[in-house]
Design a protein. Structure first.
Lengths: 301, 591
């Protein structure tokens, strides 16, 4: 943890000299600097700049108490695409994802600087209504978390809390969302049974249905398949493929193949820094950095 | 040593690893200490549980046996002692004892010698029976001990009758004659008994009619008069003695008084007529020692020839005693009759207490767990709440008396019932104050249980709700509370069990020895939260320790205890069923 301590940056070695891959050092140079508390600018592929971005993350930093977890994150998330975040455990992927819908606000010790711009408007301005903001984003968690109520009520929960009462609207949204989450055929006959009676994979798809029922701008997925078996994982990945285009999807994953299969863009993070960010194909085939190459081929991490 | 054992044990015990051809590894196993395998702990924990169960079941069996057998009609025994005195009564219990020398010196010398020989032949011990001899107005005793060496003769007279009366306790005797208007009509036991049976039903009916007139009709007149008097007092206090309103109210009171005087006189006439008719019939009984006693049939609640009863008749008497116990008011300083007001008071008080404590406790726990920022202050509050659970209940009683009865009740009296002062309305113990005091007492139970239930709601569910754009209150209302509801119900069950069984604070805030007026009845305004009430727990204490005739009250202690346990158990059962229904609603069948 001391590596990420803000004070340790004083002891950092040169931050400029090592910004390019060393001729003989290879894998560890950049990452070594980061581990020692230094900072290196992220390698951002120019292809991203051509895309229409829905979310801009600007100089975003985050601390848990005294410990800094995110360092100068600058990312722009393209509209209607799937963007994956990969990196070893504890690199801040989930923290970054939870910062997008300000779920980190619930933790008292969190401090942030910098900003995120969603559709041209800041997320972190004091005047922002967090509840309104979260309604524009859907989130799917690592572990499925259906509510202790019926399948129907689970799906329309976001509308319920908005005070929607029309049965016509609710029924329609429920069916559309469940179809969107490829769950309709399996549950249409038992919509009013407890959601806790579904299997793990069904529960996760139910959570996706819930996340898309309010038609969010951005869908956040925090390792949605890590607790699922390969079959259920396949279904969810197919689903992500179907959803892209309609929704901007930001997905955190530990699974390199999953990132390669499902995403259009990929950001590689390490200890709270973005190391490289670019189109998934390029990042996995011929990344700019040796470090990324080493990570995606499994030589470290 | 211990790690080896820990590693070896699963290998030895696991059936999948056992190779049938491999030799048993006894040698190695014997090197591990017994303690490492934990066998002694198994015996220790199992033994502790067994002891607990034995104690609890033993207590329950004792209460159940004693409580259930109380109402079974006992045969009557006539005993003649070696001193030539004759007694008759029911044997209530027996024991073996070693008589002291003083027992013999009190006897006449010639019988003392015989008694000494009997005891000596029995290794210096003797058997003795406690006999309920009744007839208090004649003997001055309710009970008497009879030792075996004192008894010369013992038999069961055919016509011996047990009489349960409205006052003076039980009477035991043999019917000698039946009297109408003071004249003997028949003079044999069998005929007198026939006549008794023929007349007793209608006389009891007239008696009930009279009681109804006294309590309801006259009570209604009294209430009207009281209301008019209160109106007058209010007018006096608000408008002064010279005002027109006061004069009008006074006029009204006088009208009401005149009217009620006439009506009361009419009612008295009816009552007197009933009384006169009833007092015509008497049953003459002869006691074991030859004394005669005329009992008015009106005074007799129940009488039966104890030694002539068939099993069916005994069962009928047994059931009728239970019925009386459940539905009637107590009599004879609570040692006879029923406990209906106490049952009613206990149930109403427990329900009102639950209604008060659950919302408060849940709200407090919600703030503590969901809204308050963790810190030293919140920790201190938590510790204080837990300590509150350890405060002696009598302290709550004192607080309830001071705060609820005197302060809150006194203020209410000042504001709304000033006409009745100085006699208090709310400013004294009552069922409302008792319920609130017990609510305070059981508050920690509810808060702690609710907090635990709230803490057990997974954080992922809350996050899911927040991520959907729910506010904190929406999350609590729609996700947290429903999910925590079974746990909250558990808290309520614990609170009810604790509150229904509590006695000490109730003595200060409203439970009384006798309160035939129920806190809920058909008289406007139907709910009377200011009334004092009877409580089964207090009733048990009163029977067991405050009764003049404690030996006679003893069986009732067991019966009442049994009843209280049954009531608490059924209240709990109701709450448990409710909780299980809720649980089923959120039943998780994930895998």
């Amino acid at each position: 943890m001391n590596a990420t301590h803000p004070d340790s940056s004083k002891n950092a070695k040169s931050t400029i000299a090592l910004s390019k891959p060393g001729p003989n050092g290879g894998i560890s140079d950049r990452l070594q600097v980061i581990a020692n508390g230094g900072s290196v600018p992220a390698e951002i592929h120019p292809a991203i700049l051509d895309e229409d971005s829905v979310l801009d993350i600007r100089n975003f930093r985050l601390w848990y108490g005294e410990a800094q977890a995110l360092f100068d994150i600058n990312l722009s998330i393209p509209r209607g695409k799937v963007t994956a975040m990969i990196g070893p455990s504890g690199c801040g992927k989930s923290t970054l994802l939870r910062s997008v819908n300000r779920l980190n606000d619930l933790i008292d010790s969190v401090r942030i600087t910098g900003d995120m711009i969603l559709n041209g408007r800041s997320i972190y301005e004091p005047s922002v209504d967090v509840i309104e903001l979260r309604k524009r984003m859907g989130m799917v968690f690592q572990k499925s978390n259906p509510f202790p109520m019926s399948i129907y009520e689970n799906v329309i929960y976001p509308l319920r809390i908005d005070g929607e009462r029309s049965h016509g609207v609710l029924d329609e949204v429920c069916e559309r969302s469940l179809r969107g989450a490829a769950l309709w055929e399996e549950v249409k006959d038992r919509l009013h049974e407890s959601a806790l009676g579904l299997s793990g994979g069904q529960q996760q798809r139910l959570c996706i249905a819930r996340a898309i029922s309010a038609e969010p701008d951005v869908l956040l997925m925090d390792e949605p398949c890590s607790a699922l078996d390969p079959l259920a994982t396949n279904k969810i990945e197919d689903l992500i493929d179907q959803l892209k285009g309609d929704y901007t999807i930001l997905i955190v994953t530990h699974n390199m193949q999953q990132a390669a299969r499902t995403s259009d863009y990929t950001a590689f993070m390490y200890l709270g820094h973005v190391v490289e960010y670019g189109p998934t194909e390029t990042l996995f085939q011929k990344p700019l950095l040796q470090e990324t190459q080493d990570y995606v081929t499994g030589r470290f991490g | 040593m211990i790690p080896t054992a820990a590693k070896d044990k699963p290998l030895n015990d696991s059936p999948t690893n056992a190779d049938p051809t491999a030799p048993q590894r006894r040698a190695q196993r014997s090197t591990s200490s017994l303690l490492a395998y934990g066998e002694p702990m198994l015996w220790l924990t199992g033994g502790a549980l067994t002891i607990c169960l034995v104690m609890i079941i033993g207590l329950l069996v004792l209460i159940f046996y004693q409580g259930v057998s109380t109402f079974w009609p006992a045969p009557l025994v006539q005993i003649t002692t070696i001193e030539d005195r004759t007694f008759m009564g029911e044997v209530t219990r027996e024991e073996i004892f070693a008589p002291a020398e003083t027992v013999f010196t009190q006897l006449a010398p010639e019988v003392a010698e015989q008694a000494r020989r009997t005891v000596a032949a029995n290794d210096g011990t003797a058997h003795r029976w406690l006999v309920r001899i009744g007839n208090f107005e004649l003997t001055g005793d309710h009970f008497n001990w009879f030792s075996d060496f004192m008894i010369r003769d013992e038999r069961r007279p055919e016509w011996a009758v047990t009489v349960e009366r409205l006052s003076w306790g039980r009477f035991y005797g043999i019917p000698a004659a039946f009297l109408v208007d003071g004249a003997v009509v028949v003079d044999t036991s069998a005929q007198a008994w026939q006549r008794y049976k023929a007349h007793h039903g209608e006389i009891r009916k007239r008696w009930r009619q009279r009681r109804h007139l006294e309590t309801h009709a006259i009570g209604k007149l009294n209430r009207q008069e009281e209301a008019a008097r209160l109106d007058m007092r209010t007018a006096l206090l608000e408008h002064g003695p010279d005002s027109a309103r006061y004069a009008a109210a006074r006029e009204r009171l006088e009208t009401v008084q005149r009217k009620s005087e006439i009506e009361t006189a009419q009612l008295r006439e009816q009552i007197n007529a009933l009384n006169t008719e009833n007092s015509r019939y008497q049953l003459r009984l002869v006691t074991a020692d030859g004394q005669e006693k005329n009992l008015a049939l009106e005074e007799i609640v129940r009488a039966f020839p104890a030694n002539r009863l068939s099993v069916t008749e005994k069962t009928a008497i047994y059931l009728s005693r239970w019925w009386e116990f459940f539905t009637d008011d107590p009599r004879e300083a609570n040692s006879e009759g029923g406990v209906f007001p106490a049952i009613f008071g206990t149930v109403v008080m427990t329900l009102v207490m639950s209604l008060a404590v659950v919302p408060f406790g849940v709200l407090a726990a919600l703030y503590l767990r969901e809204y308050a920022k963790a810190g030293p202050l919140i920790s201190a509050v938590r510790i204080a709440i837990n300590n509150l659970a350890g405060v002696p209940s009598i302290v709550f009683g004192v607080f309830g008396l001071g705060f609820f009865c005197y302060f809150v009740g006194g203020t209410i009296d000042q504001l709304f019932f000033s006409a009745k002062l100085p006699s208090p309305t709310y400013g004294t113990g009552g069922i409302l104050w008792a319920s609130l005091t017990l609510a305070l007492l059981t508050l920690p139970v509810v808060i702690v249980a609710t907090e635990e239930a709230l803490a057990a709601v997974p954080g992922s569910m809350r996050e899911g709700s927040y991520a959907c754009g729910a506010s904190k209150w929406q999350t609590i209302k729609r996700i947290v509370l429903p999910r925590a509801m079974p746990g909250i119900m558990t808290g309520m069950i614990l609170a009810m069990a604790r509150g229904a069984g509590e006695v000490a604070p109730l003595m200060l805030v409203g439970a009384v020895k006798l309160a035939p007026e129920l806190p809920v009845d058909g008289i406007f305004p139907f709910l009377h939260p200011e009334r004092s009430f009877m409580h089964l727990g207090f009733h048990i204490f009163d029977l067991g320790f405050q009764s003049q005739n404690s030996e006679a009250a003893k069986p009732m202690v067991f019966t009442t205890t049994l009843l209280l346990i049954v009531i608490i158990a059924s209240l709990n059962l109701g709450a448990v069923l409710l909780r299980n229904r809720l649980r089923k609603k959120f039943a998780s069948g994930v895998f």
